[in-house]
Unconditional design. Sequence first.
Length: 194
Amino acid sequence: MKVNHADIVISAVSQAQYPEDQKPEIALAGRSNVGKSSFINKMIQRKNLARTSSKPGKTQTLNFYIINDAFYFVDVPGYGYAKVSKREREAWGRMVEEYLQTREALQATVLLVDFRHPPTEDDLIMYDYLKYFDLPVIVIATKLDKVKKSQRDKQLKVLKEELELEPEDVIIPFSAETGEGKDQAWQALSSYLV
Ligand code: GDP
């Protein structure tokens, strides 16, 4: 995919603010610090459009990025913060559920997990949550460059086994540092953007 243009169009907290032009959307979810902003920036070849230092708990909005005037990336705020209050968690849940449950333009989701570690309890819950809404999931395993080549096959196997991916879902090791996995990620996403 050649990205010629990308821009943020709205930070939404509720349905009334979602874009109305019916272009296909891909939602991106992941724990805070997993590398979601770095993934978005790498995919769209922008250094800093999706902020890489977003403070945990700060940006509780759905950020819609228009790409090539053809489709949207929807950045779902990170989950699994230790420090947010119960009230904030509930508000997060309502906002995300409203989007995932009602959005017809939503074609597929990207779930970001850390390649270096087995999936966390939060990762497993999020995967099941996305499947509960019948959404295809492309798992992006981030920070590939931090894992020795000799360890990669083993690590990928652990992630696959523990996530218990459904047949339509894929997992792609990815590095925002080296760009490894970028072409595979675009290939996987493209099938949902026709
Ligand atoms: P977010 O909170 O999920 O948006 O995470 P960020 O994209 O801000 O990344 C969190 C930290 O991990 C930052 O210090 C990034 O530079 C770093 N990081 C993200 N992706 C990679 C990667 O592929 N390789 C390496 N080495 N560091 C990464």
